[in-house]
Design a protein around this ligand. Structure first.
Ligand code: NAP
Length: 304
């Protein structure tokens, strides 16, 4: 049986070296893999930390006609690009055919739990119907389905809100920009970026027969955003802003901000954490926020 694990000898391409993509790339490199990742606008700086494995950056920007030739003999690919405003996926359009020429053992696609649509707070799992309400989630479902039916060894990972160092509400609280909004019955699901990375690597570690095409990657504690903001303020030891009722402020919210409040669902992770045996590093926002704050503080202590 061929191993699909990311090990020394693996040759990994991350299409979209953004927040989750770069974190995955570093974890794959730390496992001894040779890793390439793409940037669109400006090439991120390499970390100054000695001992961190080098990453190879490729310029991929279809609008600027920058389509990189792919490295040879790729074993693993992670696609992190969302569909663009017209619903098109630049990786599907420009890289799918070259990827067919590669000896791929695994292709991970980062999708969203938005594909389930609005369950009005009920739990959804991978067998639940996909009834996306938002246009961007409808486009996402189409892209996900095209990847899944591409004939490549694809697994799609459906993600709720991603948080982690630099993506917690600490800065908003400090700067007075945070909003404490109450919408009765509304919950959000979330996942720490390192649990995305952990779940992806765990999936590649599984034997051939344990390869579900779609996996939810969500933590154990769906809850209102007012609860997570309260905990962030507790960690900082700062005051919370006054509560605002959703109906009162909705008329002043941008369409994008409103769209985040449109769906209400609880996402089950039983497939990942039960059947496949993945152990969440951050089962809830409580451990995840504390670890994120500690990492942010370590980073700012290192800055001159
Ligand atoms: N953030 C969330 O809470 C959340 C929740 C659920 C699902 N997701 C999905 O999960 C995935 C990873 O999220 P993330 O927050 O880690 O993403 P991210 O930080 O925005 O990274 C995405 C990367 O893809 C690149 N990219 C996007 N469109 C591109 C295009 N047309 N051509 C070339 N490169 C392109 C971006 O480049 P630039 O930096 O130049 O844009 C960036 O490097 C995304 O598909 C996202 O939609 C996110």
């Amino acid at each position: 049986m061929t191993s699909r694990a990311v090990n020394p000898g693996a040759r990994v391409l991350v299409v979209g070296g953004g927040y989750s993509g770069e974190r995955f790339a570093r974890a794959a490199a730390a496992r001894g893999a040779e890793v390439w990742l793409t940037y669109r606008r400006s090439k991120p700086e390499q970390p100054a930390d000695p001992g961190t494995a080098p990453l190879h950056w490729l310029h991929f920007d279809a609008e600027a006609q920058a389509i990189p030739p792919l490295p040879e003999q790729l074993s693993h690919v992670l696609i992190t690009l969302p569909p663009d405003a017209s619903g098109s996926d630049a990786a599907l359009e420009h890289l799918l055919e070259p990827l067919r020429q590669q000896p791929l053992r695994w292709l991970g696609y980062l999708s969203t739990t938005g594909v389930y649509g609005d369950s009005q707070g009920a739990w959804v799992d991978e067998h639940s119907p996909t009834q996306p309400t938002l246009a961007r989630s409808q486009a996402r479902l189409q892209c996900e389905q095209r990847w899944l039916s591409s004939g490549l060894p694809v697994q799609s990972f459906r993600l709720p809100a991603i948080y982690g160092p630099g993506r917690c509400p600490f800065e908003q609280l400090r700067s007075g920009q945070a909003r404490l909004v109450h919408k009765p019955g509304q919950v959000f699901c979330r996942i720490h970026v390192d649990d995305i990375v952990g779940a992806l690597l765990h999936a590649t570690d599984q034997a051939e027969g344990r390869r579900p095409p779609v996996i939810n990657v969500s933590d154990n504690v769906p809850c209102p955003s007012s609860e997570t903001l309260g905990y962030a303020a507790h960690l900082l030891g700062c005051k919370l802003p006054n509560v605002q009722r959703f109906e009162a402020i909705a008329p002043q919210m941008s369409p994008m901000a409103l769209s985040f409040w449109a769906d209400n669902r609880r996402v089950r992770n039983n497939l990942l954490c039960g059947d496949l045996g993945y152990r969440l590093r951050y089962p809830s926002y409580r451990e995840g926020f504390a670890a994120s704050l500690a990492e942010e503080q370590r980073r700012s202590a290192k800055q001159p």
